[in-house]
Design a protein around this ligand. Structure first.
Ligand SMILES: C[S@@+](CC[C@H](N)C(=O)[O-])C[C@H]1O[C@@H](n2cnc3c(N)ncnc32)[C@H](O)[C@@H]1O
Length: 339
């Protein structure tokens, strides 16, 4: 068995412990790095070449490589995409399942390992990344592993400029171009551009991203921002309000981009006497596919965004939150008294 296939089986079997998942991802990363010359957590003095797109930052190829080692993120996405492919094969029998992968990074991390489980003709991927060095790296990997038949196009392009041909719309779109609370990167706007390109009944991966306004007690951190006690500890959250449920239905209702006037904008009353935590924050959870979920604090994508310390607030107050796309995606926050 090919070493990548072996690692993928360990990732997908549902019984592996975190240490086995981590070592499988490390093993695949070593192979990718050797072939492509792009290594996760390479030299610290490396030049990062982030690119600003119209609706968010396309992170550098080096940052994108580093994302692979957020192993819970990577393994959960692989599980989710594999599941989505299998469901699509049942839903669209006798069709080659077309996958549009926007923002592949240097390895198309969330797809390439899965090619070892399928036959050419069962699945085909259109791969897009805006970073030229990422695409050069991906092409080396495709060549070395002889997985060319699983890709119809590998494009260096801005995904916002890409339109699927009408007669070959994707059954699945996959993109992980996000940070916690949908800050900085263009996931929100890309969902609006890509979801309408799906065939009827097709799947968006991740299927749904939920942002919730919560009270909680942040873990004590050291000077590097690391949780002093246990970086995996569960943070108790008291959910006050759902801010956003980004899924295909949300995109259908709110329409395609340009979307400046349609951005989430909410006002809520915050009770300060609940004894539910001294901080107010936005919690992210990602439903990748079906019941495969990245919960708050499972990965770098789902750490809480701390908005404010409320421990000294004496009275309930109103909070007004507005999601903005420019200059980079972020939440604007304003407080007001309750009259
Ligand atoms: C967070 S990284 C993820 C890389 C890889 N998909 C993974 O999951 O490991 C996001 C990638 O999306 C790319 N990207 C972001 N916005 C893009 C856009 N508008 N068009 C094409 N690529 C984009 C970035 O250049 C980066 O390589």
């Amino acid at each position: 068995m090919h070493p990548i296939e072996e690692a993928v089986h360990t990732i997908l079997n549902g019984e592996s412990v975190p240490a086995e998942l981590y070592s499988s991802i490390s093993h695949i990363q070593d192979l990718f790095a050797k072939i492509s010359g792009v290594k996760a957590y390479a030299a610290h003095d490396i030049q990062h070449t982030d690119v600003s797109t119209k609706y968010g930052v396309a992170i550098s190829t080096q940052w994108a490589a580093d994302c692979m080692m957020d192993f819970k993120r990577t393994t959960t996405f692989l599980l989710g995409l594999n599941q989505a492919i299998n469901v699509a094969m049942q839903k669209f029998p006798n069709e080659t399942i077309r996958i549009l992968y926007a923002g592949t990074g240097p390895y198309a991390t969330l797809f390439t390992p899965l090619t070892f489980l399928f036959k050419p003709g069962e699945i085909i991927c259109t791969a897009i990344d805006i970073q030229q060095d990422g695409i050069v790296s991906l092409n080396k990997i495709i060549k070395e592993f002889e997985i060319g038949p699983f890709f119809d196009e590998v494009l260096c392009a801005d995904a916002f400029e890409y339109q699927s041909p009408e007669n070959s719309r994707p059954h699945i779109i996959i993109f992980e171009t996000m940070q916690f609370a949908l800050k900085t990167e263009p996931q929100f706007a890309l969902a609006h551009h890509l979801a309408p390109q799906l065939v009827d009944g097709g799947f968006m991966v991740p299927e749904e991203i939920n942002l919730d306004l919560c009270l909680y007690d942040p873990p004590e951190t050291d000077c590097n921002g690391m949780d002093q006690h246990n970086s995996n500890r569960t943070v108790q959250q008291h959910t006050l309000y759902n801010l956003l449920k980004l899924n295909q239905e949300y995109v259908r209702v709110n329409g395609p981009i340009p979307l400046q006037d349609l951005l989430p904008k909410v006002s809520h009353t915050i009770p300060v006497n609940l004894n539910s935590g001294n901080s107010l924050g936005i919690f992210t959870s990602i439903n990748i596919f079906d019941k495969i979920v990245l919960k708050p604090n499972d990965s770098g994508l789902t750490i809480p965004l701390q908005l404010m310390d409320i421990s000294r607030m004496m009275d309930d107050f109103n909070i007004h939150l507005a999601y903005q796309l420019n200059p980079v995606p972020d939440w604007q926050i304003r407080l007001s008294e309750i009259h």
